[in-house]
Design a protein around this ligand. Structure first.
Ligand SMILES: NC(=O)c1ccc[n+]([C@@H]2O[C@H](COP(=O)([O-])OP(=O)(O)OC[C@H]3O[C@@H](n4cnc5c(N)ncnc54)[C@H](OP(=O)(O)O)[C@@H]3O)[C@@H](O)[C@H]2O)c1
Length: 240
């Protein structure tokens, strides 16, 4: 059960971590969910979540999107940025447009959302900005270098926001590998052998979406009121 209260905006809520966060918070808070796939968002609407279909890569649209959401449902007590995309390719094979899109969704859009969140017309003074980073920020692996760099930028964004937006808090979670649509789409890379090797080097076991949502629930809660600028690693110890 979540203790989340108020109005929480979950960006990237149609699947994976974002969807699980929206479902967790829906019983106790007003939740507004944003993603592109309207059909998948419709499933959340049944749980009482307000939904808005939007592409966050449309950076110019973000300000109006947030204004509309706040006008309809009130100031935000939390914004959880879960949208993300991964490109798995060696550096030599990267196309300019895919690099540009990756940074847009993983780093530029959360910066624009955070900029809006900083306003007293958008968020409450005790509001919390939370973003889903990755252990890749601290340990960039070959073939996901731009992804790792985008998440390292996100970590710096969170730490900077924690200082500039106070008394609002800014926090993040850094999951290790998770079984979600993002990784399921890369079946050739994330094979049974990959999972077996990961299991072996994860002292607390492979992390799950639920354990990441547990971490987010804590970070949003009053129990974490003195936690800010922190990016909590949830990877079963795989990167120790
Ligand atoms: N899976 C992992 O192993 C792993 C590990 C560490 C960190 N993470 C991070 O966890 C976060 C959530 O990923 P996930 O694993 O839960 O994958 P997922 O199921 O693919 O979820 C990604 C979410 O982002 C949304 N999204 C992507 N591009 C968007 C856009 N342009 N506009 C609006 N929404 C967009 C997707 O919705 P639509 O497609 O409907 O737009 C979806 O709801 C990401 O930031 C990812 O980098 C994942």
């Amino acid at each position: 059960m979540s203790e989340a209260r108020g109005h929480i905006l979950v960006v990237g809520a149609s699947s994976g971590v974002g969807r699980a966060v929206a479902e967790r918070f829906a019983p106790t808070a007003q939740v507004t969910a944003v993603a592109r796939r309207a059909d998948r968002l419709a499933e959340l609407a049944a749980a009482g979540v307000a939904t808005v279909a939007a592409d966050v890569a449309d950076l110019a649209g973000i300000g109006g999107l947030i204004q509309g959401i706040v006008a309809e449902r009130g100031l935000l007590t939390g914004l959880i940025y879960c949208a993300g995309l991964q490109v798995i390719k060696p550096m030599r094979a990267l196309a300019v447009d895919e690099v540009e899109r990756l940074y847009r969704v993983n780093l530029v859009a959360p910066t624009v959302f955070a900029s809006a969140f900083a306003s007293a017309r958008v968020s409450t003074r005790d509001g919390v900005f939370c973003a889903v980073s990755s252990v890749a920020a601290q340990r960039p692996e070959p073939a996901i270098v731009p992804y790792a760099a985008s998440k390292a930028g996100l970590d710096a964004l969170i730490k900077g926001l924690a200082r500039e937006l106070a008394p609002r808090r800014a926090v993040g979670v850094a999951p290790g590998w998770l079984d979600t649509e993002m990784t399921q789409a890369q079946g050739r890379v994330y094979t049974a052998e990959f999972r077996e090797a990961l299991e072996k080097r994860s002292p607390a076991g492979i992390a799950t979406v639920e354990s990441v949502v547990d971490a987010i629930t804590f970070l949003l809660s009053p129990q974490a009121r003195h936690v800010t600028g922190e990016i909590l690693r949830v990877d079963g110890g795989a990167t120790l």
